[in-house]
Write a protein that binds this ligand. Structure first.
Ligand SMILES: *Cc1c(COP(=O)(O)O)cnc(C)c1O
Length: 438
């Protein structure tokens, strides 16, 4: 038994426990990315053996419906036959050449077909690299140093972006993590999400120093916070007014809230867009791209240096191409919308029936259940959620065969592999878990 007794779980997780005992001696927290360690819910992580379609299987033989989806990429479900076939076939012809391949152009064309704002792009290996590089090119293009980010938005772990600052007020950036020199973040300005007035104030204070705003057009790394009416539009007009660039970090929302991401839903045309997650279909891929004249700053055409030994490697490109070809087929987003609505409506009804103080937030194929009595509009209000209650809920759901992200501040994802019966089963488990975790 690996989870603490106060979680009330009766799952058999003895093999996970053994593997975890070894892993913690080898890797910090036993993991290679912090949130996997289950610190947000207490207890120990579940070790995964394999996954297929909507299901993920742990090393003790427990099966769960998966709403984590490797934190976003697996929108088709796990081990989708087309993606598996593409990767297997590609692997027999060599793993990586460090030289151009046609597959890179193919994936680039697929991305551009869905995102007309992207006239030229560069592939990298992660979302972190994408945002870091997009900011470098924005600074190179504008000749300015300051950037604006929003509290509670996550853009990967580059030094200059590890800043959240306090709630409500726009603040000079102070690093969140030891090891990040204050000099590295002194050009990172922050504002509260949905607070366009604070952004305007920053532009008035530094009218000629701000290179770019980087924003998650739906904030999906503090739970799920939707942009309020006019917020993104105001960011667009302020950046235009002050000669700064607007960067949409669509690592999470790209191909998730719509085929063309949040820019398709809003009609807003950003200068640069960052990609990750779904474009790699579960293999490590990121990309940044946008207006041609900006991207022509990037070496070897321009002076802004950015490179990668494994960038655009054939296996990752093959997984990305197969995933995007599948998700582009007519009717896929209608199916996702149907599933997502069925689930969110069911959960809302369970929340109402159980009298739980909670908020259901949903957009496209993602959702979040905040244990909060009040609507969540920014990081400060997200943080008012009852995380202890979430932790109890999480363990009840796990026991009920539903694998949720082990944190109140992560979004849940819906895949095409989930059928209506599975979604109804999930709603049933939510209602049960709400009653038993109260
Ligand atoms: C996941 C994520 C990143 C970081 O991507 P990695 O591949 O984990 O480096 C950046 N931005 C957003 C919005 C994300 O959700």
């Amino acid at each position: 038994m690996s989870n603490p007794t106060d979680t009330g779980s009766h799952l058999r997780l003895s093999r996970s426990h053994e593997l975890y005992q070894e892993a913690v001696t080898l890797m910090p927290g036993g993991v290679n990315s912090p949130v996997r360690a289950f610190r947000g819910v207490g207890g120990e992580p579940v070790f995964i053996d394999h996954a297929s379609g909507p299901y993920i299987y742990d090393v003790d033989g427990n099966r769960y419906l998966d709403y984590v989806q490797s934190w976003g990429p697996m929108i088709l479900g796990h081990a989708h036959p087309e993606v598996v076939a593409a990767v297997v076939e590609t692997s027999t012809r060599g793993f990586s050449f460090g030289a151009p391949t046609q597959a890179e152009s193919e994936l680039a064309k697929l991305v551009m077909a869905c995102f007309p704002s992207v006239e030229m792009l560069r592939f990298v290996n992660s979302g972190t690299e994408a945002t870091m590089s997009a900011l470098r090119v924005a600074r190179a293009f504008t000749g300015r140093n300051k950037i604006i980010k929003f509290s509670g938005c996550y853009h990967g772990h580059a030094d200059m972006l590890l800043v959240q600052a306090g709630s409500g007020v726009a603040t000079m950036g102070l690093p969140d993590s030891p090891g990040v020199p204050a000099e590295t973040t002194k050009n990172t300005l922050t504002a509260a999400y949905n607070d366009a007035a604070a952004v305007e104030e920053l532009f008035r204070t530094y009218p000629e120093e701000i290179a770019a705003i980087i924003v998650e057009p739906v904030a999906a790394n503090m739970g799920l916070v939707l942009p309020q009416e006019g917020f993104l539009e105001q960011l667009r007009s302020l950046t235009q007014q002050y000669g700064a660039l607007l960067i949409f970090d669509e690592v999470m929302t790209g191909f998730r809230v719509a085929l063309g991401g949040m820019q398709e839903r809003t009609g807003i045309v950003p200068d640069l867009t960052c990609f990750g997650k779904i474009i790699g279909g579960g293999l490590p891929v990121g990309a940044y791209g946008g207006k041609r004249e900006i991207m022509q700053q990037v070496a070897p055409v321009g002076p802004m240096y950015q490179a990668g030994t494994l960038s655009g490697n054939p296996l990752a490109m093959a997984a990305g191409i197969a995933t995007l070809r599948e998700i582009r087929k007519p009717g896929q987003y209608e199916k996702l919308e149907h599933k997502s609505k069925l689930l969110a409506d069911g959960i809302s009804e369970a929340v109402r029936a159980t009298g739980t103080a909670a908020q259901v937030v949903r957009i496209g194929a993602m959702f979040c259940l905040y244990f909060s009595a009040e609507p969540v509009t920014d990081y400060a209000s997200a943080k008012r959620s009852d995380t202890a209650r979430f932790a109890r809920f999480f363990w009840h759901m796990l026991e009920g065969g539903i694998y949720l992200p082990p944190s109140q501040f992560e979004a849940c994802f819906i895949s095409l592999a989930l059928d209506d019966a599975m979604l109804e089963e999930t709603v049933k488990q939510v209602e049960l878990a709400l009653r038993t975790s109260a």
